[in-house]
Design a protein around this ligand. Sequence first.
Ligand code: C2E
Ligand code: MG
Ligand code: MG
Length: 636
Amino acid sequence: MHKLFAQQLAKATDSSGKVDLDLLGRLVTAVYDGADRDSRDREDSVSAMVQQLDELTRGLEHQVEVRTAALRESEAVLKSQNRRFEAAIDNMPQALLMFDSDRRLAICNARYLRMYNLSPDIVKPGCPLRTLLEHRKATGTFADDIDGYIEGMIKTLESGRAMTRLVDLPDGRTIAVRNQPTAVGGWVATHDDITERRQAEAQIAHMARHDALTDLPNRTLFRERLAESLDGLERGARLAVLYLDLDGFKSVNDTLGHPMGDDLLKLVADRLRQVVSEADTVARVGGDEFAVIQTGIHEPPDTTALARHLGEAVRAPYDLAGHAIVIDTSIGIAVAPDDGVEPDALLKAADMALYGAKALRRGAYRFFEPEMDMRMKARRALEIALRQAVANGEFALHYQPLVNVDDRRIVACEALLRWDHPERGTIAPAEFIPVAEEIGLIAPLGEWVLRKACIDAARWPDDIKVAVNLSPTQMARHNLVPVVIGALAAAGISGDRLEIEITESVLMHNTAKTLATLHQLRALGARISMDDFGTGYSSLSYLRKFPFDKIKIDHSFISGLPDDNEALAIVRAVAGLAASLNIMATAEGVETTQQLELIRRLGCVEMQGYLFSAPRPQAQLMHLFEPHLQKLARAG
Ligand code: C2E
Ligand code: MG
Ligand code: MG
């Protein structure tokens, strides 16, 4: 009986454990009916049935428990997935919105609300697009026409394309908005705040066109602006390019150090900015070079006035951490269209004019002249030839005696450099030494002069010295003293055979180092002469800085004698000054016996000039030494 019951019970229970209650009811009734018929089995059957029902109930309870747990678990998984999804979209760097096909908001992250400072009561799932835009318009972050915007956007999205645009907000932010259609008829919108990215890009673009130190436009931007200005130059209008090169900046950098030099450049930049008008450009185009574009010129004096103001601004003293600094600027000026209409031609012309200004004096300004171009070309040719000449050894030394007119003896011979050019013949040093200085050839050339002069002097009588001119660049070179020692040693002559001639300009730069070098040369036995005295600043302070052995009075004063009273007064004053400082005075460029007599009466006994001998090659010098008294008889 109970077996049958168990079978029926299994039937009423499907594979998933669900129980058909109807079938179960019918089954229980049938079992009771059957039990009446068979009362012997009744008790057994009933207890077995109860037991089986009990098992069934327990099984059902267990299944309910298992299912409830599974349900809870999947609910928790779903919830945590939701939370993660929300956290992810809320923490996206962009604002994210999703609209359904009814143009209602389905999803919106917190960043969107924050980005536009919107109310979560309005902007929430279900909010129509129009309501959202009205809210944004009311709160000031949407400026377009709402209907027009919606129409345009729907049209684009319906065509299956994304809609992208950049929006500048009134508070200065820039937002990149992108609406991308979805497969189900809605769209996803992202709003990206690109303000910082744009600022960084702008910063990089700025840096590429500006000088990092002064924040002035750099050469690139200057050239661009010049090209623009030239393009826009109207008929009859003029434009000027002023090229500035600071005078004396290098010595500030050398003596006070680069950080101080940088500070000075910043101050100069500030001053130039103040002088130049808003419409014009001032740029830093090199280390200590600046350039200005002046537009709107009516008369040439406008440019002259600007050049003068720029000069005055730079020239005013600076206070750099307690150091009073004075520098100056040379200015080259080129004017369009006269001197050129292309940026490069104009810049080149201004550069040539600057070169011309530098040749005039410190702090000069100069307009471009067509001859400068010719001269520049000639100079370039000279540079090339000079390099060649150093390589080919096209140089020679001529010697000119310095004579003591009292005892009629040659006391020294000055070595004067000559360039025997294969085509041009002999070229004077005044023409090529400044170029050699500028292009860095003076060092090898000067070293050659020293060595050759010492070797030649080794063949002269011991009491005749050799005088060698040293340029400022040579003096500034750290290896000068070893070079001199080497030249003396190679020739086998002692240091006291040597006279070094320097000009005042040598003492104007880096004085401490120069003085140390001069003392070292003096310690070798060499004598130091101040050459061309009277042509520079003739500052007495230079005479006090170093105990010179000799002052050479420049021939420009001597040539004025005896008629030029001013020249006479100067020669008298310098001769007197030398006598009282116990320094030998030498008159250069003595050409007549009249001059000789006059100079001797002023107390100056050492002379040099064509009257005694022009500079001559070593071969023609030797016979002068024999009985020099007789040879020089003409002089007495
Ligand atoms: P400086 O040292 O003053 O040389 C004297 C100049 O006066 C020489 O010109 C000489 O020829 C010239 N002179 C001599 N007697 C008379 C005269 O009676 N009347 C006139 N009018 N002039 C006379 P030079 O040889 O043309 O040299 C010019 C300058 O070039 C020199 O002036 C010197 O500063 C420089 N120089 C010459 N050789 C060298 C050199 O080896 N190294 C350097 N650094 N400079 C040199
Ligand atoms: Mg000299
Ligand atoms: Mg001289």
